[in-house]
Design a protein around this ligand. Structure first.
Ligand code: ADP
Length: 198
């Protein structure tokens, strides 16, 4: 199963992706996590990405496309994968199309988590507080000022992807304002329906 999770920052993509990993035994490919790992490792990519990420802007398409293209060829992706936080631009969406078609595979479903923007800042602030309380590092971009920029980037560059996938008949929407378990259940229902339709 090859799946894309779409939705603004703080929509719950990462949380739901982890549940999908457990249930379906396919990996979560989070470009945010991969980029943070690169920053941590101090690699060339990390050096180039750091300032952009801290400002809440998007890293260049070329960088993230290359990271994902390399990742999907690893053995654990053979049965499928969940793309979380990628694609985030139309250029990236086109890159996914060609990456998959070059490998003779396709995309099953794109699930959009639909949320109320007003709830998002609160979720991000809470994520930062929870991380701090757990003694974990707080993401530099998890604060209200940078969050505004992340949300702007989302509307400018990522939101158009819903139309892109709708036109391809791939888009399914799920209410991301419901509680975590209810969102998981709705996603599973969407996946079951999509599998039956195939
Ligand atoms: P969010 O909580 O906003 O969904 P992520 O962990 O997915 O955060 O991403 C954090 C940051 O990493 C983004 O704000 C952006 O700078 C960078 N990033 C992640 N994925 C991409 C991508 N597909 N294209 C460009 N930049 C990305």
């Amino acid at each position: 199963m090859r799946l894309i999770l779409l939705g603004p920052p703080g929509a719950g993509k990462g949380t739901q992706a982890q549940r999908l990993v457990e249930k379906h035994g396919i990996p979560q490919l989070s470009t945010g996590d991969m980029l943070r790992a690169a920053v941590q490792a101090g690699s060339e990519v990390g050096k180039r990405a750091k300032a952009v990420m801290d400002a809440g802007e998007l890293v260049s398409d070329a960088i993230v496309n290359a990271i994902v293209a390399e990742r999907i060829d690893q053995a654990d992706c053979a049965k499928g994968f969940i793309l979380d936080g990628y694609p985030r631009t139309l250029v990236q969406a086109d890159a996914v199309e060609s990456m998959l078609s070059q490998r003779g595979i396709g995309l099953d479903t794109v699930i959009e988590l639909v949320v109320d923007d007003r709830a998002l800042v609160g979720r991000i602030v809470k994520r930062a507080e929870d991380a701090k309380a757990a003694g974990q590092p707080v993401r530099k971009d998890d604060n209200p000022a940078v969050f505004e920029e992340r949300l702007r980037e989302y509307y400018k560059k990522t939101a158009p992807l819903t139309g892109y996938y709708y036109a391809k008949g791939k888009l399914r929407t799920v209410d991301g304002m419901a509680n975590i378990d209810a969102v998981t259940a709705e996603i599973e229902a969407v996946l079951t329906a999509a599998a039956e339709a195939r």
